[in-house]
Design a protein. Structure first.
Length: 161
């Protein structure tokens, strides 16, 4: 696959945008008292790419922003958890997008839920304990709520561009 110059430039802009959103989000804890739950602003760019291009472009931008944010403002565990969540989320969204007729908001909700499931699985592997499963209800509720917000905003941006 060869990338033309315009597409490469767009992907670079989306990577920068996702990284900026990720940085802003790191400064603003959305759910204080519940560790690890964030709004997922960086996923605005990833969802937009999934809707406009293919899962491949969305995966490239997602991976790049995870590495950028992780190395600049996080740590190795944050990168591992983010990759696990992003990979499962993107796989689920790409599958449902291809197999069903699903709205961007529902697609984003699925992405938010699967992202949190992926992170929970990674955390259980890292700490070698299944006891973290008790954290699942809070993560699933947060995934639905944040996925809805990201989906609504992405739908509006997509409609206006």
């Amino acid at each position: 696959m060869t990338l033309d110059t315009h597409k490469l430039a767009r992907l670079g802009l989306f990577t920068a945008l996702a990284s900026i959103f990720g940085y802003i989000e790191s400064l603003l804890p959305v759910f204080p008292g519940v560790p690890g739950i964030k709004l997922g602003l960086a996923n605005l760019a990833v969802l937009f790419l999934l809707l406009r291009y293919t899962w491949k472009e969305a995966a490239v931008v997602s991976a790049a922003r995870i590495l950028i944010i992780g190395f600049l403002f996080g740590n190795l565990f944050g990168i591992v958890y983010s990759f696990a969540g992003a990979a499962l989320s993107l796989c689920a969204m790409a599958f449902f997008q291809k197999k069903t007729t699903i709205s961007p908001v529902m697609l984003s909700i699925l992405g938010g839920v699967f992202h949190n499931i992926g992170q929970l699985i990674a955390a259980m592997i890292v700490v070698e304990s299944l006891s973290l499963i008790y954290y699942a209800p809070a993560l699933l509720i947060a995934g639905v709520a944040t996925g809805a917000v990201v989906g609504i905003v992405t739908s509006e941006v997509s409609r206006r561009i």
